[in-house]
Design a protein around this ligand. Structure first.
Ligand code: FES
Ligand SMILES: [Fe+2]
Length: 390
């Protein structure tokens, strides 16, 4: 297919991956003053998406959850990522991520979440320990078969500040090194001590990068969130710090006229020594490629993103609070209001994200210029461009 100089595509032609890669790399190493989006086809092409899975996601660290989701030995939850079916479980020796596909004839040995002493396959009742070792296989005595030494394939996993990460390639630098400075930056909020207080799930008809970009930039408050955010956290006050190559951080300070109780919701504060800035803003973190966290004075949001295809992304959004918050007499009421607000804001974001995805697929879509308020969009684009050179 013919790629126009701006990286868009001619209507009716077939996308050629090499042309698209060339257009992606053409934007490498721009400075912020001249920064542009990736080509719109990078949000639409399935070939490019498959390349992102291999070059961006599998060699990196992908967050799959928070330690409070596996609080005790035997606690587990499942998720599907990049065609693999995983179970995340707290075993005697710590948190493990492993395939949940039976070693016999491939039925999943767990679904959803819960607590168990062992996993029993629903097909022929083979039993697996919490560390994935095969414990028993009934009615196999008529053939030569030994249960010893068999284990569900393990996926490398590490925990950083309460977030559970997996690395599919197995050879990434340890997560603390991969995200140098990230744990130190957020350590004062003690996120590993927090508990899950609310959860929302979405099946989204847009590319995973659109989700990341809208999460990180507050420029869109001005139009997409006129009453929910712009009135209190205006776009023009937001900023994003300079690139650290593997993670970034932005902030959306409140107008001076906004009272504190519009920023906090009445829950115990995450830290006894919040700075004035930390008390008067919310902060956005992205550990590349896809870990999204938003820190407010008394709560933390996490977005767990599971890219399915170029135009489809599963999303779970979580709210975490101090454990003692649950003792407050009005905790349920506070969380009800908070989740109502969260539903509204998510709907506003999803609406613009869907619009953007539809526009990106048209023949006239072109590379777009970025505002200084969208520095994180530029940073993510550069992260991807670098990996496409591999
Ligand atoms: S597929 Fe699991 S026991 Fe047969
Ligand atoms: Fe938004």
């Amino acid at each position: 297919m013919n790629m126009m100089a701006n990286g868009s595509t001619k209507l009716g032609d077939e996308v050629q991956l090499d042309d698209l890669l060339g257009a992606v790399k053409a934007g490498a190493h721009q400075d912020l003053e001249h920064s542009e989006t990736l080509p719109p086809m990078a949000y639409v092409s399935e070939d490019f998406f498959n390349m992102e899975v291999e070059r961006v996601f599998k060699p990196g660290w992908v967050c799959v959850g928070h330690v409070s989701q596996v609080p005790e030995e035997g606690s587990y939850f499942t998720l599907d990522l990049f065609g693999e079916m995983l179970v995340i479980v707290r075993a005697a020796d710590g948190i493990r991520a492993m395939s949940r596909i039976c070693l016999h004839r491939w039925a999943p040995i767990a679904e959803g979440c819960g607590k168990t002493k062992l996993f029993s396959c629903p097909f022929h009742k083979w039993g697996f320990a919490l560390d994935g070792r095969l414990l028993g296989a009934p009615l196999m005595e008529g053939v030569q078969f030994d249960v010893e030494g068999r284990q569900l394939p393990q996926v490398r996993t590490e925990v950083l500040e309460g977030f559970i990460f997996v690395n599919f390639s197995g050879d990434a630098a340890p997560v603390g090194q991969a995200f140098t400075g990230f744990a130190e930056r957020i350590g004062k909020f003690k996120i590993g001590e927090l508990v899950l207080a609310g959860e929302l799930s979405y099946e989204c008809d847009f590319n995973w990068k659109i989700m990341m970009e809208t999460f990180m930039e507050c420029y869109h408050h001005i139009a997409a969130h006129p009453s929910t955010f712009e009135a209190s956290f205006p776009a023009r006050l937001s900023y994003i710090e300079d690139d650290r190559k593997t993670w970034t951080m932005g902030a959306s300070p409140a107008r001076d006229s906004v009272p504190d109780d519009k920023i906090r919701v009445g829950l115990p504060l995450l830290s006894d020594d919040l700075t004035t800035e930390e008390s008067r803003a919310f902060f956005l973190y992205q550990a590349f490629p896809s870990h999204l966290v938003s820190i407010w004075p008394d709560r933390v949001y996490m977005f767990r993103c599971q890219p399915r295809s170029a135009g489809r992304t599963s999303l779970q959004t979580y709210v975490f609070v101090r454990p003692e918050a649950r003792e407050l007499p009005n905790f349920a009421e506070i969380m009800k209001q908070e989740m109502d607000f969260f539903v509204t804001v998510n709907a506003e974001d999803i609406a613009v994200n869907e619009m953007q995805q539809k526009g990106a697929a048209t023949s006239t879509a072109q590379v777009g210029r970025l505002s200084h308020l969208e520095k994180a969009v530029w940073q993510l684009a550069d992260y991807i461009r670098d990996r496409m050179d591999a």
